[in-house]
Each structure stands twice: as structure tokens, then as C-alpha cells.
Design a protein around this ligand. Structure first.
Ligand SMILES: *Cc1c(COP(=O)(O)O)cnc(C)c1O
Length: 401
């Protein structure tokens, strides 16, 4: 059996999306900036896509900027807010310890310029509270950036409440909604979101295309300079086929959120129940406040990388830590942020189901993980120490998630 269960890393482009894109490679191939008709047709399609995407998240058409993906959108949002703040003498930014690296590394760069960054501690259930944000806001706070749903543990943050606080205090609020937009209904106006990042390849769209929503009145700073595309705020000939594909994919994803969540919730229950039967294991992140596709576990006495390679041999594609950091031996910063000690943060597994996952596939994942963990523990010196009482266990033998 082959089961792809790493949809938080990327997804397959759906047939419908692929077909919608093809004409824009070879028929309507004009440059949207050209004045002749094949260019103007492309421009029309581009603007129609912008309008359709705006509608999906409750934004105005002019508030949608196309980017090369989630990372670029995060970079531009944060840098723009920093430049606005700087002009007003505000050089403090609030974020969380478990953001995506596209956010954390951008903040690191700003620290080198003299910005002060407060990274809020994440509660052990993988959720921050609106009160934490309220308490951290100062006179000189230029930006609050908090992800909507975490990419490793799937936990959903109280975005509308944080938005309300930021609005009241007059602080710009950005959210990285890359992992949320296809799982949660989002309305940027109702939730008082000033800037929001989206990436197409996380919801069956193509790679290399995304959206930055920016509320009217928030001034963007270019990070790519050149032509006058995207109202002069993001240079570069538009990836029209990609934008069309993203539009179709997002419409599909959002139209099916409720139906998908209902189906996925049952599979998530089965997966959590099945994996909880493995001794000395524990679910990472809140049982309820998480996207329905995500299950993330820590296992004592197991090394995540070996786990995922042996699962690959069985045809199960999952991840350990996040895609961007696997390959390095550092444990996941997300798991450390929720208080997992190093030795168990190493033994983690993220399973992110696709909407088309079946019960049989889920059972196969449970059986394969159970078998591989038993095998790995059978020759792990670390596990021998745990069993021999030379080290204390971190988890209870069986914990009901
Ligand atoms: C994947 C991801 C990104 C990066 O998006 P790209 O389009 O791959 O650049 C940013 N944030 C989160 C939460 C993600 O999951």
C-alpha cells in the first residue's frame, strides 16, 4: 500500500486544478502588462482571479497581492509592518516561539536592525491566549504576527480575539494562514486581520504561488523591485497559470471545508486512538483545537528520522519535525516551544491526511507505526535504559489523548 500522509508539507495538484491551468501556458500566454489582446485577455483573467480570491476570504479585490508563495508573503508582510513602525518610532514586534521559519528568520533579520522581538511562550497544548498578546503590547509595538494554524502540530490560534485586541490598540496584525485557509472558515474583516499569507501548494494548487492579503491603508514595502506589477508593490511578470490554478484550488478547498472536516474528524479520531495504544507515546497539541487533518505524536525511545525512513519502506510518507528542518539533527522548535524535552522531541511523527484518505489507509498507518516503533525500540540503548529504570519515563505508559 502507498499512503501519502504529508499534506502539511505539500499536496498533489488536483486534476481539476491542473486542467484549469493548461490554457494559460499555451493559449492565453500573453504578458498581462502587454496592451495587445492576448496580453489584455491575460490581464482580465488575472484580475478575475484576484476578485475570486478576495471574495473567498472576505477581502476587497484591491487588497489581494500575488506572491511566489507563503514564505514571500510572510517576509513582505513583516518587513512592511516594520517599515511603517520604524517611521513612527515603533520598533517592537510580537510573535510566538512556534512560527514557521519564514516568520522567525525574517524577525531575526529585523533584530539585527535594532528591532526588539517578543516571542510569546506557547502553552503545552500548542495554543497561545489573547491575554498573552494583550499583556505584551507596548506603546512602541509595530506588529503582532501569530500563525493561524501551526504547520507541525495543527493547533488553531484564537485569531479573531487577537485581531480585536490589535485593532483596539492600533497595532498591525498579520497572520500566516498557510495551514489554516483550507481547514477553517476565514473572514479577514470579521477577524480584524490586517495582513494574511496563503500558499497554493498546501491545498492542491501548484507550488511557487501564493497570496498576501493587505488591508487597505496598510502600506506595503517592496521586497522585489522592478516593474509595476501588483500595483507597483511586487515586481515580476505574473505567474498566471499558477494564479488560475490557485484560485480554482482555493474555491474547491473552501467550498468543501465542512464536508472534509466531518470526514477527516473520524479518521483523526481513529488515528489518535490507534497511536495512543503504543506505550509511552503522547499526542502533541490540543486534542480539539487543531485542524482535522493533523495528528502529531511523540514516542519515547525512538528517533524520528529512523521512524520516517522505515515507514517510507512500508509505503507510508509522513514527516518528523517540519520539512524545512528535517535533515538537520536539531529537534523541532515547535515541539520544544510546547515544552517537550529534547529526547522526546526527537522521536516525533507528523501525519497530515489528505481529504481523500480512507479508513483502510489510516489502519495501515497505525499498524505500520506500531510495528516500526516496536522494532526500533528493540535495539535502542535509550529504550533499554528506560525499561531498565536508568532513566525516568517522560510519559505515562498509556495516556488517553
Ligand atoms: C508551507 C508554509 C509556509 C511556506 O510556504 P511556501 O509557499 O512553501 O513558501 C509558510 N508558513 C507555513 C505555516 C507553512 O506551512
Amino acid at each position: 500500500m502507498f499512503v501519502y500522509a504529508d499534506n502539511a508539507a505539500t499536496t498533489a495538484v488536483s486534476k481539476k486544478v491542473l486542467e484549469s491551468m493548461i490554457p494559460y501556458f499555451s493559449e492565453v500566454y500573453g504578458n498581462p502588462s502587454s496592451l495587445y489582446s492576448v496580453g489584455q485577455k491575460a490581464k482580465e483573467v488575472l484580475e478575475e482571479s484576484r476578485e475570486r480570491i478576495a471574495k473567498l476570504i472576505g477581502a476587497d479585490t484591491k487588497e489581494i497581492y500575488f506572491t511566489s508563495g507563503g514564505s514571500e508573503a510572510d517576509n513582505q508582510a513583516i518587513i512592511s509592518a516594520a517599515r511603517i513602525g520604524e517611521k513612527q518610532g515603533k520598533k517592537h514586534i510580537i510573535s510566538t516561539a512556534f512560527e514557521h521559519h519564514a516568520v522567525l528568520h525574517t524577525l531575526k533579520e529585523l533584530e539585527k536592525e535594532g528591532f526588539e522581538v517578543t516571542l510569546l511562550d506557547v502553552h503545552s497544548n500548542g495554543v497561545i491566549t489573547p491575554e498573552q498578546v494583550a499583556d505584551a503590547i507596548r506603546e512602541d509595538t509595530a506588529l503582532v504576527t501569530v500563525m493561524y494554524a501551526n504547520n507541525e502540530i495543527g493547533t488553531i490560534q484564537p485569531i479573531a480575539e487577537i485581531g480585536a485586541i490589535c485593532k483596539e490598540k492600533g497595532v498591525i496584525f498579520h497572520t500566516d494562514a498557510v495551514q489554516a485557509v483550507s481547514h477553517v472558515h476565514i473572514n479577514v474583516k470579521e477577524e480584524n486581520i490586517d495582513m494574511l499569507s496563503i500558499s497554493a501548494h498546501k491545498f492542491h494548487g501548484p507550488k511557487g504561488v501564493g497570496v498576501l492579503y493587505v488591508r487597505k491603508g496598510v502600506r506595503l514595502t517592496n521586497i522585489i523591485n522592478g516593474g509595476a506589477q501588483e500595483s507597483g508593490k511586487r515586481a515580476g511578470t505574473e505567474n498566471l497559470a499558477g494564479i488560475v490554478g490557485m484560485t480554482v484550488a482555493l474555491e474547491d478547498a473552501i467550498a468543501n471545508i465542512d464536508a472534509n472536516n466531518e470526514r477527516l474528524a473520524k479518521l483523526q479520531d481513529k488515528l489518535i486512538e490507534g497511536l495512543s495504544k503504543i506505550p509511552y507515546s503522547e499526542l502533541n497539541g490540543d486534542r480539539e483545537k487543531r485542524v482535522k487533518s493533523n495528528v502529531n505524536f511523540c514516542f519515547e525511545g525512538v528517533e524520528g528520522e529512523s521512524l520516517l525512513l522505515l515507514l517510507d519502506d512500508k509505503g507510508v510518507a509522513v514527516s518528523s519535525g517540519s520539512a524545512c528542518t528535517s535533515g538537520s539533527l536539531d529537534p523541532s522548535h515547535v515541539l520544544l516551544a510546547i515544552g517537550r524535552p529534547h529526547e522526546v522531541a526527537h522521536g516525533s511523527l507528523r501525519i497530515s491526511l489528505g481529504e481523500d484518505a480512507t479508513e483502510e489507509q489510516v489502519q495501515y498507518i497505525i499498524d505500520s507505526v506500531t510495528e516500526v516503533i516496536e522494532y526500533l525500540r528493540s535495539f535502542s540503548p535509550f529504550w533499554r535504559d528506560l525499561v531498565g529504570g536508568k532513566r525516568p519515563h517522560v510519559f505515562k505508559e498509556y495516556s488517553v489523548a
